[in-house]
Design a protein around this ligand. Structure first.
Ligand code: GMT
Length: 379
């Protein structure tokens, strides 16, 4: 039976980060399925669908006051969440990344008469519990907000376990993995490779991230330097969701200036995913690693360290290659080399990755699970 269309509020960080991207893609898919979607954030989310009559954006205005040393976002966010819930009769408020969204949802609901309260779902994405939940200044507030959510989901089993380890939450945590639904690329691989200055026979290694400290860009560059010393022909293309300038000196020092190509805040990522030969990631932890899934969806395998939830996404040796222990860039570079030298293996891993992405991490599978969850908590 087709569920009746719902009015759904989605709250996330708008900047380039996996949780905001996931929320944006979820909004797009929910709208496609006939639901009315209301994004609430301080800026329009980076990949929020535009021009869809069922998608709305409600900005949170944060004023600055001399009397505060630190600006506060949680209160204006909660007021906006209450306002949108009331004015649009939201059925569900689905918040992405617990801090501060789950607390803001709790406050918003407290401001509404009980008949007007939407059901609250908190989706945990990673550092909201692996890092912030361990901070005594955040932990109790996060646990309180989770205990008052109508449902909690985590994007991997790893994250579910970590959350239970760091926070004694009383509600069950359901694992609903991330999904990715690629848009058709706008340019051919040849056009993209030309734009990036790739010569014939040069492999394209692709890294996508927000460049935060835990992405370990130092190890990424070290791996590239090892491949260069080994005589491999490649360019490392970095789609950066943050400022790459702090790494420019290291690129020069390692003699990688001709090898590293950086593009900032790219939206048509499918063009680059399709042009890539393989993905390369050096994070010290990831609850999931949406970027690896993005590559898998276009049939491209990745090489990464076997940390956090990455082994739930990548079946080592079947849909990508994973190195251990974390930090062993010699091992990581060796795995990259095996794929650079064996295009047939690369293609086989990539095709298996594409199948796995479609079978386990597609919108069809995952968005349906969110819809079922919305239906369950409302009944
Ligand atoms: O938790 C974070 O570090 C932020 C978050 C983000 O917004 O990018 O990243 C997490 O959420 C993504 C989407 O669910 C996951 O793919 C990332 O693995 C995860 N990052 C970490 O766990 C470090």
């Amino acid at each position: 039976m087709t569920p009746r269309p719902l009015k759904i509020g989605l709250t996330c960080y708008p900047s380039v980060g996996g949780s905001g991207i996931l929320a944006s893609e979820l909004g797009e898919e929910l709208a496609r399925r006939g639901h009315e979607v209301h994004f609430i954030s301080y800026e329009q989310p980076f990949r929020m669908p535009v021009g869809n009559p069922r998608v709305f954006f409600h900005p949170v205005i944060v004023n600055s006051y001399d009397l505060f040393k630190y600006p506060d976002y949680t209160l204006p966010l909660s007021v906006k969440m209450a306002e949108v819930s009331r004015d649009h009769a939201l059925d569900v408020l689905h918040v992405h990344y617990a801090v501060p969204h789950a607390t803001a949802a709790f406050l918003a609901c407290s401001m509404l008469p009980s008949a007007r309260r939407p059901k609250v779902i908190t989706t945990l994405h990673g550092t909201d519990t692996t890092l912030l939940a361990r901070d005594p200044g955040y932990g109790p507030a996060i646990r309180h907000a989770l205990d008052h959510s109508d449902a909690i989901t985590a994007v991997s089993e790893f994250l579910r376990q970590e959350t239970l380890r760091h926070l004694a939450v009383t509600r069950p945590i359901e694992v609903i993995h991330n999904f990715f639904e690629p848009h058709p690329p706008l340019r051919s691989p040849a056009e993209v490779r030309r734009e990036l200055g790739l010569a014939d026979g040069e492999a394209m290694l692709l890294h996508l991230s927000n460049l935060r400290a835990l992405k370990r860009i130092d190890l990424l560059l070290d791996t590239a330097a090892r491949l260069q010393r080994a005589g491999e022909k490649f360019k490392l293309v970095i789609l950066a969701g943050g400022d790459f300038a702090p790494f420019a000196t290291e690129v020069q020092r390692l003699g990688l200036a001709d090898r590293v190509v950086v593009r900032q805040n790219v939206t048509a990522i499918e063009d680059y995913l399709q042009a890539a030969d393989l993905g390369l990631f050096t994070s010290e932890t990831e609850s999931f690693c949406l970027s690896i899934l993005e590559l898998m969806s276009l049939g491209r395998p990745s090489v990464a360290f076997a940390v956090g939830g990455i082994p739930e996404v990548v079946v080592a040796g079947e849909t990508g290659l994973l190195a251990t222990p974390f930090g062993d860039t010699a091992a990581l570079a060796a795995l990259v080399q095996t794929l650079l030298r064996n295009p047939a293996r690369r293609t086989a891993l990539g095709e298996a990755a594409r199948r796995r992405a479609r079978e386990l991490f597609s919108a069809q599978v995952i968005v349906t699970r969110y819809e079922e969850l919305y239906g369950r908590i409302r009944s």
